[in-house]
Design a protein around this ligand. Structure first.
Ligand code: ADP
Length: 193
């Protein structure tokens, strides 16, 4: 298996690039944002709990997200690899993910971090808010999401830097240019194995 984390702040293009990577490599896409929104749509207890945090732009508690990931890993035993998108978002989640993968004799191969300036992020998120229909794409909530990212999520990059699994990729430019940058990093690692 080849397990990849696509990392970056809100609005860095993780969703867009994930779609393209999945089409190319057949990874199983694991987006905690999508999984949570699906729970909200189905009005499950987990979804109703998560919504309280998401509407404010705050992170959903670790135990909720980790439980959701754990069952998704169990439900997908025969995949070429997982593409984690929007997860792990805290150091606690990163440690939990390592443990869950270890139980399956698996590990993370690489964390690719999309590098985008804060100015560009706010611009993209506001533009997305005009069409996404996502209640958290408005100015007040966007600000909270970026603060949460800087405080709780950016330390996750250090976690993978320590094990030499982190790689920065240019997150500005055309969608195709950014995609090429990601492919280059993935292919150099897949082919080494
Ligand atoms: P974005 O990357 O644009 O912020 P996501 O769809 O990844 O969008 O996340 C939307 C919201 O869902 C987050 O603001 C947060 O409240 C919640 N969320 C998603 N993934 C996680 C996670 N791994 N841990 C905690 N909360 C999460």
């Amino acid at each position: 298996m080849f397990n990849l984390i696509l990392f970056g702040p809100p609005g860095s293009g993780k969703g867009t690039q994930s779609e393209k990577l999945i089409a190319k490599y057949n990874f199983k896409h694991l987006s905690t944002g999508d999984l949570l929104r699906n729970e909200i749509t189905r009005k499950t207890p987990l979804g109703l709990e998560a919504k309280k945090f998401m509407d404010k732009g705050q992170l959903v508690p670790d135990e909720v997200v980790i439980g959701m990931i754990s069952s998704t890993l169990d439900n997908n035993p025969n995949v070429v690899g997982f593409l984690f998108d929007g997860f792990p978002r805290t150091a606690t989640q990163a440690e939990a993910l390592d443990k869950l993968l270890e139980l399956k004799q698996q590990s993370i191969n690489v964390m690719l971090a999309l590098d985008v300036s804060e100015e560009e992020l706010v611009k993209r998120l506001q533009k997305r808010g005009e069409t996404s229909g996502r209640s958290d794409d408005n100015q007040q909530v966007i600000r909270t999401r970026i603060l949460e990212y800087n405080k709780k999520t950016s330390p996750v990059a250090d976690y993978y830097r320590k094990s030499k699994k982190a790689e920065m990729v240019k997150g500005e430019g055309t969608i195709e240019e950014i995609f090429k940058g990601l492919i280059k990093e993935i292919d150099s690692r897949i082919h080494k194995k």
